[in-house]
Design a binder for this molecule. Structure first.
Ligand code: HEC
Ligand code: HEC
Ligand code: HEC
Length: 439
């Protein structure tokens, strides 16, 4: 009996909290009304040249925001949705955002669109899931939002019904998002930091807002929340088992640790002497970063380089071998390396600039989190195709060739030769990733 009463009381408490949150959340509508007055004035674009210019700018901005990454399914119509986005709560299926009247956003106004981006609310006022990275997009200016809307109005309408998400209970209860939002989200605008240059501020606006770097480069709690738009401290992407390195730690991907040339190579060709953008980052590069104006890349780089570094990350646990065992491990690793890897990556791990990344002093190889090098050795891959690297050279998958122990041996070897010094890797760690999804 006691138990029943306790359940009832806690159920009631959740309901009341939920209700308060809901009222609080829908209260933002009052602010929405205010936003409308402004927009009507701003939206009067009499000159068609101006409108054309706005559409072009909007197209560029959707590239920066990488809207297509989620709203365009592979091989399907642009922005017609239907792409599956896995998460620990189930699969999200992106909606159709083409201007179709029945199934897309054809009936939306610029205000509705702004409300989605800035407040995270659908046209009917219902709350949107933060799988749509509006916790970052909230920083996007009204002018930029209007430009993206103008562009999305100009693309072909596609009649394709948006499918319901496939979420587990209780995450499929949309009104419960009110609680999540009360805890973790408040619409806010980008605040220019006085004392920093306009380039720096532009960089901050792009990285934290439209670029939504923190959506991947942060760790999330049980309810899928991170510590905000500036949380760039790295995290393993839960459903696909890639590690998005910390952009704040010098022993991971803090750009302050890279020369201007390396950064330029990375952002222009996705492959620098000692690093390559792979997995989900290769997609970010292919669909978004490679299309960015040099000024914008420079602004983002300036901002990222300026971030106060956090202390170096350390491995979750260190594999301890006796010196004798370790020397056997290194000998076995070397045999494997010479047989399978040295042809491309070089006998001293030096690689071939622009073609095969060096493994010596390579951050991805040396990071305490070993998810990415394991995944790359198992699945191989190609750097993304770009204007500056139209025919990239690839790496074959070694999953069919090497067992878990052999992958561990060769990875331990490359983490410990040529001046590299990182912890050893075990077969059990490799096994975690053997059956991980490819993307
Ligand atoms: C990481 C994936 C992801 C990215 C990137 C993304 N979206 Fe979405 N978007 C979603 C998901 C998932 C939903 C559905 C949310 C829901 O049902 O609550 C959504 C919903 C929307 C909606 C509401 C549609 C409706 O019918 O209610 C709009 C508008 C939208 N996105 C526009 C954009 C724009 C513009 C961009 C780029 C600036 C963008 N999205 C980038 C995943 C994404
Ligand atoms: C045929 C040439 C080739 C061979 C053989 C090869 N690699 Fe690679 N390797 C590449 C290329 C190309 C890339 C970039 C792949 C990408 O971008 O997806 C790469 C990437 C990597 C990376 C990721 C580096 C980074 O900066 O993220 C690691 C680690 C790696 N290789 C290790 C190995 C190991 C260990 C072997 C042997 C078991 C091996 N490679 C064999 C060509 C090769
Ligand atoms: C969809 C998830 C995702 C988004 C969004 C994302 N990243 Fe990444 N990023 C990753 C992953 C995963 C890696 C690790 C793989 C790799 O090394 O390329 C990575 C790696 C990187 C690296 C290291 C590359 C190297 O190997 O040296 C840099 C720098 C980086 N990201 C910057 C950014 C910036 C800046 C943004 C925002 C404009 C961003 N990322 C947005 C997932 C993402």
């Amino acid at each position: 009996m006691d138990k029943v009463i306790r359940y009832l009381v806690s159920g009631l408490a959740v309901l009341i909290v939920g209700l308060i949150c809901y009222v609080y959340q829908t209260g933002y509508r009052i602010e929405d009304e205010n936003a409308q007055d402004h927009s009507q004035m701003r939206n009067v674009l009499t000159n068609s040249n101006l409108a054309g210019e706005q559409i072009r700018r909007g197209e560029y901005l959707t590239r920066v925001g990488n809207c297509a990454a989620c709203h365009t399914a592979r091989g399907a119509a642009l922005y017609a949705g239907g792409k599956l986005i896995p998460s620990p709560f189930g699969n999200f299926i992106s909606p159709n955002i083409t201007p179709d009247m029945q199934t897309g956003i054809g009936r939306w106004t610029a205000d509705d669109f702004w409300r989605a981006l800035h407040f995270g609310k659908a046209r009917d006022g219902s709350l949107l899931y933060p799988a749509f990275p509006y916790p970052n997009y909230t920083l996007v200016s009204r002018t930029d939002s209007d430009a993206m809307f103008a562009y999305l109005r100009s693309i072909p309408a596609v009649n394709q019904v948006s499918l319901p998400h496939q979420l587990a209970f209780p995450y499929n209860q949309r009104p419960l998002l009110a609680i999540w939002r009360t805890l973790y989200f408040k619409p806010h605008s980008f605040a220019v930091v006085a004392g920093q240059s306009s380039t720096w501020n532009r960089g901050a606006y792009l990285v934290n807002g439209l670029g939504h770097c923190s959506a991947c480069h942060s760790s999330r709690n049980m309810l899928g929340a991170n510590a905000g738009t500036q949380d760039l401290d790295g995290g393993e992407m839960p459903s696909i088992a890639w590690y998005a390195p910390s952009l704040l730690r010098l022993n991971e991907a803090h750009l302050a640790n890279q020369t201007d040339l390396e950064v330029a190579q990375l952002f222009r060709r996705a492959i620098a002497e000692k690093g390559v953008m792979s997995g989900p980052m290769a997609e970010v590069f292919a669909d978004s970063l490679q299309h960015l104006k040099t000024d914008d890349i420079d602004a983002m780089t300036l901002y990222l380089k300026s971030l106060a570094p956090k202390p170096d990350s350390v491995p979750a646990y260190k594999t301890e071998y006796s010196p004798q065992v370790f020397s056997t491990v290194m000998t076995q690793g070397e045999v494997l390396y010479k047989k399978h890897c040295a042809d491309c990556h070089g006998h001293a791990g030096e690689g071939i600039a622009g073609i095969y990344p060096a493994l010596k002093e390579n951050h991805s190889v040396l990071m305490p989190n070993v998810a990415n090098p394991i995944r790359i050795i198992l699945t191989g891959g190609f750097p993304p195709v770009s204007k500056e690297n139209p025919r990239p050279y690839g790496m074959p998958p070694f999953a069919p060739v090497l067992d878990d122990n052999e992958v561990a041996l060769v990875l331990t070897y490359i983490r410990h030769r040529w001046g590299n010094q990182a912890s050893a890797v075990t077969a059990a760690e490799v096994n975690r990733y053997r059956n991980a999804p490819v993307n």
